[in-house]
Design a protein around this ligand. Structure first.
Ligand SMILES: Cc1cc2nc3c(=O)[nH]c(=O)nc-3n(C[C@H](O)[C@H](O)[C@H](O)COP(=O)(O)OP(=O)(O)OC[C@H]3O[C@@H](n4cnc5c(N)ncnc54)[C@H](O)[C@@H]3O)c2cc1C
Ligand SMILES: NC(=O)c1ccc[n+]([C@@H]2O[C@H](COP(=O)([O-])OP(=O)(O)OC[C@H]3O[C@@H](n4cnc5c(N)ncnc54)[C@H](OP(=O)(O)O)[C@@H]3O)[C@@H](O)[C@H]2O)c1
Length: 289
């Protein structure tokens, strides 16, 4: 850009950014503020870069992954996604929204007929569980997406045969604002539904911002440690999904504590127990940030 800048102060600023002294400022300007290519070009209007240069320099849009949140048997020929609109404020107090999630949210199904949403299918890292496998699912926020599909599928299977129980730990910010699929989980946890205690299952929800102290899924797991251990000792598989990068490690620590306390063994033995579960292909994590 400095090569194409015709204004001296812009050229100097750009050269400063690529110098060793300007490295931290460049990081603040660029990465921290997550400036787009268009915003950078706007900030340096004297840069008249030939179009061919621009298209070679600008990286192509990267694809975004979304978990499929519906069962193919329950909704044939449909794919449901559960997408949270990403938004945050930068250190310079600029409001930012996620490119793909905000674009998807802005599409109006009534008006924007014919909009093309390019999509591909990739094999995910959470294998579909067989109906006979007991499950402990941990999915705060949009992490519930794959589990809605699992639970829909198993609820259907349970109408024609026997199925193993499911414990589902869900978490969100507030009961009022982002209790995703509330009616579905509650209907499955009542009247002998798949997540009901009569069927050996359970649905437990942590609202993190409805009280002064944070309550997370791992707190709910600890509250129900006996039920968790009981299902684990019956051979349950664990599935963890969600957007917080710290959550999977915190959930793993909660399992370590639960196992160690319930069977009265040292923490190291609980860690080994969980490693063996992982090795056996029964501890799955899909996390993104
Ligand atoms: C396997 C997998 C499954 C996924 N499943 C789902 C799903 O089911 N539902 C779902 O909603 N998403 C899911 N995601 C995440 C999804 O792919 C996108 O990353 C997400 O929707 C954001 O994309 P975007 O284009 O809206 O945001 P982008 O424009 O890509 O912006 C996101 C980026 O902004 C930055 N950012 C975001 N928040 C902040 C903050 N508070 N402070 C500073 N920087 C920040 C981060 O660098 C972040 O990577 C999944 C990801 C993976 C890898
Ligand atoms: N969910 C919303 O209402 C909402 C609204 C606007 C934008 N968004 C955007 O969408 C993105 C993804 O949203 P999301 O709904 O999937 O997730 P999320 O709302 O960021 O998180 C889901 C739940 O997990 C909790 N959590 C945070 N750290 C945790 C940890 N270490 N262990 C266990 N639980 C933890 C969160 O609590 P705390 O956040 O209270 O700590 C929240 O209750 C967010 O990053 C945000 O940018 C979400």
């Amino acid at each position: 850009m400095s090569y194409f800048a015709s204004a001296q102060h812009e050229k100097e600023r750009l050269l400063y950014f690529v110098s060793p002294e300007g490295r931290d400022d460049l990081y603040q300007y660029n990465q921290k503020e997550r400036r787009t290519v268009l915003e950078v070009l706007d900030d340096f209007p004297s840069v008249q870069m030939p179009f061919e240069w621009l298209v070679q320099l600008v990286p192509p849009l990267k694809t975004r992954a979304f978990s499929i949140s519906s069962s193919n048997s329950v909704h044939p020929n449909q794919v449901h996604l559960t997408v949270s609109v990403v938004s945050w404020t930068t250190p310079f107090k600029r409001k930012r929204t996620g490119l793909c999630s905000a674009w998807l949210a802005g599409i109006d199904p009534q008006k924007d007929i014919g909009v093309n949403i390019p999509a591909w299918f990739n094999k995910g890292s959470l294998p579909p569980p067989p109906p006979s496998l007991p499950l402990i699912l941990i999915g705060p926020g949009t992490g519930c997406a794959p589990f809605r599909g699992f639970i829909e599928e198993r609820a259907l299977q349970s109408k024609s045969g026997s199925t193993a129980p499911i414990l589902f730990f869900f978490g969100c910010r507030n009961e009022k604002n982002d209790f995703l699929y509330k009616d579905f989980w509650l209907s499955q946890s009542q009247n002998s539904g798949l997540l009901s205690e009569e069927r050996g299952g359970g649905f437990y929800v942590a609202f993190s911002r409805d009280q002064p102290a944070k309550v997370y899924v791992q707190h709910k797991m600890r509250e129900h440690s006996k039920t968790v251990w009981s299902l684990l000792s019956e051979g349950a598989a664990i599935y963890v999904a969600g957007s917080s990068t710290k959550m999977p490690a915190d959930v793993m620590s909660a399992f370590e504590e639960i196992i160690s306390e319930e069977i009265e063994v040292p923490k190291e033995s609980a860690v080994r127990w969980l490693r063996a579960l992982e090795k056996a292909g029964k501890y799955h994590v899909e996390a993104w940030s």
